[in-house]
Design a protein around this ligand. Structure first.
Ligand code: 5AD
Length: 353
């Protein structure tokens, strides 16, 4: 048996590898893109997922409520220097309306995601969370609005927010610098994640696969960081260039590498909630299905009003910018059925709580 397969067997057994082993495994992957090894890992990823979650796939209704952002990350289409981006904010009534429609369709988690937009003050978001939880007490609210201070995160948690998504983007200091302007720091990012955990959120971190400058060593550091943080959720999708950013001409992450890492994360954190992301569905027509078949167990359909969807362009060619939420959900249900999976209608909390 190859050294790489031995590592993967041990990962499944012990749920961890040493940083040097991770690095050598990723280096081997980057050098060979070994398809046989990929199916070896993906099959295990799928099996481990089924042991905890059976054939259930959880859905989260994504509401992209603001496209304003004060940051200038080099990869992101919402960066403040992107003068081409059309900016919008949804008002409270529209957001509640998205939840209402989502609820009728069977969504029991709403994800409020936006750029870092301080128009939405701590109080405004707190009030919004309170209203959503008041109207839909059997639903979970996930926030994803970037870096805020401890007290703000705490206030939102006390208002009823259950989960928070904040991808760390990369755990390697030099790589972090390559992707972000000086105003942002990896140290602060990690501090935010630790605060979220401390407050009691189900917390999600994550990375873009194949982002510019990402090496085997960066990925090894990501795995070690994720093991240590022990997040309840991990978001990972391929990097996809956006034409109006400094990374317009960089090459995208691949389907295969994303599946490889999804499966490895499933083996390392067997109970984690792991979405097959929109970005994965964007680089390949069956990307999300393949993600589910490699160990992912969550999909996040868009509940934003269709007229604003084309304004929330983190990257080029983002899918699902047309279909109404209801149609999109029907088609998703069919697609999941075709691979033997069933969409669950419950909050789908982390099984470790
Ligand atoms: N390609 C893929 N993912 C991206 N994100 C931002 N820009 C891109 C891009 N060009 C991801 C980041 C962020 C999440 C909301 O979207 O990882 O955390």
């Amino acid at each position: 048996m190859s050294r790489e397969k031995e590592w993967i067997d041990r990962l499944e057994e012990e749920k961890e590898l040493k940083q040097e082993e991770w690095e050598a495994l990723f280096q081997y992957w980057l050098d060979h893109e070994d398809k046989e090894l990929l199916s070896y890992v993906c099959e295990k990823g799928k099996r481990v997922k089924e042991e905890t979650f059976g054939n259930k796939v959880y859905i989260r209704g994504l509401i992209e409520f603001t496209s304003y952002c004060k940051n200038d990350c080099y990869y992101c289409g919402l960066r403040k220097s992107n003068k081409e981006a059309e900016r919008y904010r949804l008002d409270e009534e529209t957001i509640l309306d998205c939840c209402e429609k989502g609820y009728e369709l069977g969504f029991r988690t709403f994800v409020l995601q936006g750029g870092e937009d301080f128009f939405f003050t701590a109080d405004r978001i707190g009030e919004l969370v309170r209203k959503i939880k008041g109207k839909f007490p059997d639903c979970a609210v996930t926030l994803s609005e970037g870096e805020r201070d401890f007290d703000t995160y705490k206030a939102w948690f006390d208002a009823g927010a259950d989960r928070y998504l904040l991808r760390h983007e990369t755990a390697d200091e030099a790589h972090y610098r390559l992707l972000h302007p000086d105003s942002l720091s990896l140290e602060n990012r990690k501090e935010c994640l630790r605060n979220l955990k401390k407050i009691g959120y189900q917390t999600g971190c994550g990375i873009m696969v194949g982002s510019p400058g990402q090496t085997a060593r960066c990925l090894a550091e990501d795995m070690v960081f994720m093991k240590e943080l022990h997040p309840e959720m991990v978001g990972l999708g391929p990097f996809i260039p956006q034409h109006a950013t400094p990374f317009a001409d960089q090459k995208p992450g691949t389907l295969e590498e994303t599946l490889f890492i999804l499966a490895l994360v499933r083996l390392m954190l067997p109970k984690v909630l792991l979405p097959a992301t929109t970005a994965l569905g964007t680089i390949h027509p069956e990307g999300r299905e393949l993600g589910i078949l490699s160990g992912a167990n969550v999909v996040m359909p868009n509940l934003s009003p269709s007229d604003v969807r084309k304004k929330y362009l983190l990257y080029d060619n983002k899918i699902a910018t047309g279909a109404e939420a209801a149609e999109a959900l029907d088609s998703l249900r069919e697609r999941m059925k075709a691979i033997g999976c069933e969409i669950a209608v419950d909050r789908g909390d982390s099984p470790e709580l």
